[in-house]
Design a protein around this ligand. Structure first.
Ligand code: FES
Length: 132
């Protein structure tokens, strides 16, 4: 689905955000597991990833209506906007949730970093394994 983008300007891309991909081939078509990007204030993790060719699943288009954009924030949780009740409810539907689980479409960068995000392998597999 088309990604709904935030409707505000992002700050300059000065915030270091590292994406760790458990299944880089499925997400990028490459074998590169670690991606060091620069994000801007107000930018969501999903937008940042997608803009750099990391195709995190986002079945609802980034409007907090699925849980396919689930990621783990390994570092810098306080550098992101806090989760809302809607996000908390939705993220519970994701497989293998942890204390640092977030929906990447819902967390926007607010601090100066650094931020480290792990994208689980089943981000893609969960979709592929739906029985027909
Ligand atoms: S893309 Fe659906 S909740 Fe993030």
């Amino acid at each position: 689905m088309h990604l709904k983008r935030s409707d505000h300007e992002h700050g300059p891309p000065i915030v270091p955000v590292t994406f760790l991909l458990e299944d880089p081939h499925a997400l990028t078509g490459t074998e590169q597991k670690e991606w060091q990007l620069m994000g801007g204030a107000g930018e969501s993790l999903l937008e940042l990833a997608m803009d750099h060719g990391i195709n995190i699943e986002h079945a609802c288009g980034g409007v907090c209506a699925c849980s396919t954009c689930h990621v783990y924030v390994e570092q810098g949780m306080d550098q992101l906007t806090e989760s809302t009740e809607a996000e908390d409810d939705r993220v519970e539907e994701a497989p293998a949730i942890q204390r640092n689980s977030r929906l990447s479409c819902q967390c926007e960068i607010k601090g100066t970093g650094p931020i480290v995000v792990r994208v689980p392998a089943w981000n893609r597999n969960a979709i592929k394994e739906v029985p027909h």
